[in-house]
Design a protein around this ligand. Sequence first.
Ligand code: EPZ
Length: 429
Amino acid sequence: MEKLVIEGGTPLYGDIRVSGAKNAALPLMAATLLAPGEHILRNVPNLRDTRTMGRLLEYLGASVRREGDTLFIDTTNLTADDAPYEMVKTMRASVLVLGPLLARLGRTRVSLPGGCAIGERPVNFHTAGLQQLGAKCRIENGYIEAESGNLRGERGGRLQGGTVYFDMPTVTGTENLLMAAVLADGKTVLKNAAREPEIGNLIDMLEGMGAKISGSGSDTLEIEGVAELAPADCTIIPDRIEAGTYLIAIAASGGAGRVTHCAPAHLPSLVEKLRQSGIAVAVEEDTIAVGWEGEREVASVDIKTRPYPGYPTDLQAQFMALMTLSNGVSTIHETIFENRFMHVAELRRMGAKIKTDGRFAVVTGLGMKGLRGAPVMATDLRASSSLVIAGLAASGRTDISRIYHLERGYENLVDKLSGLGAKVWKEEE
Ligand code: EPZ
């Protein structure tokens, strides 16, 4: 097993290019199941998770071919209608095949994702929503067994348009219901839907395939079902979480640089919070630059994670790492997941002063040079990126084990950081 080694204390300078968004690529790959034919997806990051989704599509009978950052996915001949536990357990987002398989085949069997390091993460909103569209869903031996039906009680037919209200905005829940509703008979309304940019990317793809959807970007989506869809040719949006991670890393190192090929409009809250922290932020069309106007000093700032366009939970851990370097005390309130402070104990190993109480963390800053390198362990994708940021800012050596978590969501991380002057490399454990 590999670990990541960082010799910290070097300010980062230069440009870093953002890849396509993991959390857009996964639902868009699943959406190719909705229409037989060859689909073209561009700007698809080459990650552990997108490879897993590719294998799941191949298991279902699709062919998946990569040329550079373009995927050619042919879903003409599906030979299976289930997503086995063996695949789903490695990546929860596999549940995203539930909606499209049910819509296309009228029945499917998808393993329940189970819990994960950051929370229980049930999928009850997904199944409850599908039942609003006339599906019969039951949990059997750890699997969601789902079958569509119509008012005449016939099974396996088209889903029926209906109204779905989500108790709280759910990203993959909204995506699953969108993909189920585009081929349903009649109109579907999704209320209190999630508004993340990745959902907008999915809607653009579906509309390009012939779907009828209105309300993109709002919390109410209306879908007029159609009888069939055509194969897609679309581009994955830039990864706002990868962009945010690198912006925070550059600032925390005391350096200055630009994140390019990103979508600044997708990071309103982070740009605001970085500016409140005393970091100079310049936004251009597809570039965000960070640097300093005066003293390299980070001001303490409070954050509260919220559904988009609020501050993203996927950038909470990274911002906490920055706050360990501040000149004051900050509060971090995690409202989305019940157990997303796994990085705290590891940051403490590097000397960070953090108190937690449930979903609140209070961080007492040590100043820019306060952290010390140490051996630490990655526990989940975003927690591991906060340890990378801390390791870059710390004096001395940091060894991060279990970096397979990182490879799920960051493409070419070592090369990209080395390009900014970081002393970072991989070693066998
Ligand atoms: C998506 O997960 C992202 N994953 C997550 O990113 C991200 O943290 C999360 O949205 C929130 O922004 C992908 O897009 C593949 P939710 P998702 O359903 O859809 C509760 C990363 O680091 N809930 O929006 O699974 C749930 O427990 C990953 O890239 C239910 O109770 O998250 C949570 O508290 C981590 N029942 C809240 O809603 C349900 O049926 C929001 O979760 C569904 C969700």
